[in-house]
Design a protein around this ligand. Sequence first.
Ligand code: GSH
Length: 187
Amino acid sequence: MAKDMTLLWGSGSPPCWRVMIALEEKGLQGYNHKLLSFEKGEHKSQEVLDMNPRGQLPSFKHGSFVLNESYGACMYLESQFKSQGNELIPRCAAEQAMMYQRMFEGLTLTQKMGTWPKAEVFSRCFAPQGVTCSSCIAYLFRFGLNEERYPKLTEYYNLLKDRPSIKTSWPPTWLDDPQAKDLLKDI
Ligand SMILES: N[C@@H](CCC(=O)N[C@@H](CS)C(=O)NCC(=O)O)C(=O)O
């Protein structure tokens, strides 16, 4: 159905997973995809560099159009396949404003993780941001985020994690090793 699309991806990468969830939600199964290993440095292979000179995953192509920014790819898919699958952008202006605010705030906060105290970053990351952010939320819980300390985030995560688009695209490396380290347990 989506034979003119190609996704190069890495398991466990929230940006990669976000694009995969969006493809599922839009009913765009059957796209070409290749799982690459970060550990083996395959994200710096010529195949990736030809599509994404930064050597990062995801690298996504629709026909001759390249979209290597995961949010950009999600928004493109929603715009090009608006009437197909599930609508990813709320029509209500207030909800749409909140969605964009939270999506891009999430990116800013991720960048701040290197410089701000982690507690400050996570204390601002508590509200729903739509399926495109669910990959980041799943990532937090995989690394041991305390469910009692973040009840709203936990509730939201539990709502999303059984969604077919998310279950189908669950990172294969996480299936073998369901709970990673307790890195975030004290945050
Ligand atoms: N802005 C990009 C970021 C993608 C990104 O940071 N990918 C990471 C994996 S999660 C990566 O490829 N890192 C390897 C590197 O930067 O060399 C997006 O959201 O698509």
